[in-house]
Ligand binder design. Structure first.
Ligand code: FES
Length: 59
C-alpha cells in the first residue's frame, strides 16, 4: 500500500525502516522523505510507523 503518494513510499518501506532501527517519525522523514512534500500523508505515516513499532516482524 502506498502511504506517501508524493514520494511513492509504501507501507512495506516504512516497515523495513523500523526493522533497520528507525523509531521516530523525524527519523523516518530523514530516511525516506515521507511527508516532506504536501504533508497530507503524515498522520497515516505516523500510524503505520506506530503500528509496526508495536508489532514488529510481521511476515
Ligand atoms: S503524500 Fe506524502 S508528502 Fe504528499
Amino acid at each position: 500500500m502506498i502511504v506517501c503518494v508524493c514520494n511513492a513510499i509504501t507501507e512495506q518501506e516504512i516497515r523495513a525502516s523500523t526493522e533497520l532501527g528507525i523509531s521516530s517519525f523525524d527519523d523516518l522523514q530523514e530516511e525516506l522523505g515521507v511527508g516532506t512534500c504536501c504533508g497530507m500523508c503524515q498522520d497515516c505515516a505516523r500510524q503505520v510507523l506506530e503500528d509496526h513499532l508495536r508489532e514488529p516482524a510481521r511476515a
